[in-house]
Design a binder for this molecule. Structure first.
Ligand SMILES: Nc1ncnc2c1ncn2[C@@H]1O[C@H](COP(=O)(O)OP(=O)(O)OP(=O)(O)O)[C@@H](O)[C@H]1O
Ligand SMILES: [Mg+2]
Length: 352
């Protein structure tokens, strides 16, 4: 009995021992992969003799910029090439000779049909990709000659889909400015119109947010992202506008937060809303990788080209007549049953 019992006790460790080899071998393969990723050369490298971007000039120039995305084969991991056939076709150029200048403090609106290259263009400024040909200058310095830290200090980006880390609100904001004091953080939150919301949370600034924490709505997340931007105080703001899907109250708050964020800064806004393009100092209409029209709202409407068409089909629809300047929610109107309500008396639902 004892012998039989001992034997069964012995079996387990023995089989485990025979499996060790398998474990070690699969771990080695994983190590290979991990080191391959760690050793991967980033596509964007700083030159050894890079110079810092002059601080706070807020000037952006594009000189005959051409760009195509690298093909899968150019940026793939070696180990992937063993198991998959990579697409070696060279991508079509996305930008085909784009030139413009943004003067300090100006607001430039970028409009155009989907796939025209607007987001791509905005990524070239903070050097997420390098241009294929031509030059992008920030503060008069070619971004390829600039130190990455100084370049990214000058630029703040708010995307359509802002990411919050699974951390406290304070840490999510200090990501932009590690030495920020609590007072500075509260000032930024107030500027971004989100201080009241944070104050109402049980742990205030120490509330954990993100995937498994407190979930902000789209508009709230965007305002947190704007607070992050205010804390960083860059001289150039790039904004991929995403107000179209917000309800009118939340949109009004985002608009007010943005007007604080954009004040006195150079701004490049990928605009989806009429109110933004109307205020812009310069509108660039991008189509098929080229700037096909440029000017101010009234001029471009008068020309009757692509902008005029976008204006009729896209902006006029997306723009709800709800005032952005005033975020107060209209009092609900209590009507006796059967009362006819004229269309214009009702706040229109936020159109998409
Ligand atoms: N990572 C990528 N690799 C290859 N091609 C890409 C990549 N990202 C975008 N493209 C291509 O580049 C073109 C321009 O894309 P981009 O995202 O700049 O358009 P957009 O003007 O921002 O459009 P939208 O208004 O829909 O946001 C598209 O044809 C797209 O297919
Ligand atoms: Mg885009």
């Amino acid at each position: 009995m004892t012998l039989a019992l001992l034997l069964t006790r012995l079996y387990g460790p023995l089989t485990a021992l025979s499996n060790v080899r398998v474990d070690v071998m699969s771990a080695l393969v994983s190590f290979d992969r991990v080191f391959e990723v760690l050793d991967l050369k980033p596509g964007i490298v700083e030159k050894p003799d890079a110079v810092p971007v002059p601080r706070r000039t807020g000037r952006v120039d594009f000189r005959d910029v051409r760009f195509r995305y690298p093909s899968a084969a150019e940026i793939s991991l070696a180990s992937l090439e063993e198991v998959a056939t990579l697409d070696r076709t060279v991508n079509e150029p996305v930008l085909k000779g784009v030139s413009f200048s943004v003067e300090p403090g100006q607001m430039v609106a970028l409009v155009g049909p989907s796939g025209a290259g607007k987001s791509t263009l905005s990524m070239l400024i903070s050097r997420i990709y390098d241009v294929t040909d031509g030059q992008v200058l920030v503060g008069g310095v070619d971004v390829r000659d600039a130190t990455l830290a100084s370049l990214r200090d000058e630029i703040g980006v708010v995307t359509q889909d802002s990411h919050l880390f699974h951390e406290t609100i304070a840490e999510n904001l200090r990501y932009a400015k590690p030495d920020a004091t609590d007072d500075e953080i509260w000032a930024a939150l107030a500027g971004a119109q989100v201080a009241d919301l944070v104050r109402s949370l049980p742990d205030g600034l120490e509330t954990t947010v993100g995937e498994r924490g407190y979930r902000f709505s789209g508009g709230e997340k965007q305002r947190i992202a704007i607070a992050r931007l205010l804390l960083k105080a860059p001289s150039i703001v790039i904004l991929d506008e995403a107000t179209a899907h917000l309800d009118s109250e939340s949109e009004a708050a985002v608009q007010r937060a943005l007007s604080v964020a954009l004040a006195g800064r150079t701004a490049l806004v990928i605009a989806h809303r009429l109110s933004t393009v109307r205020d812009a100092d310069q509108i660039l209409v991008l189509d098929g990788g080229r700037i096909v029209e440029r000017g101010r709202h009234d001029e471009l409407v008068a020309v009757g080209g692509l902008y005029a068409e976008l204006y009729r089909t896209q902006f006029a629809v997306a723009d709800s007549p709800t005032p952005y300047v005033d975020a107060t929610v209209p009092e609900p109107v209590v009507m006796p049953l059967g009362t006819y309500v004229a269309d214009e008396a009702m706040p229109p639902a936020a159109a998409n």
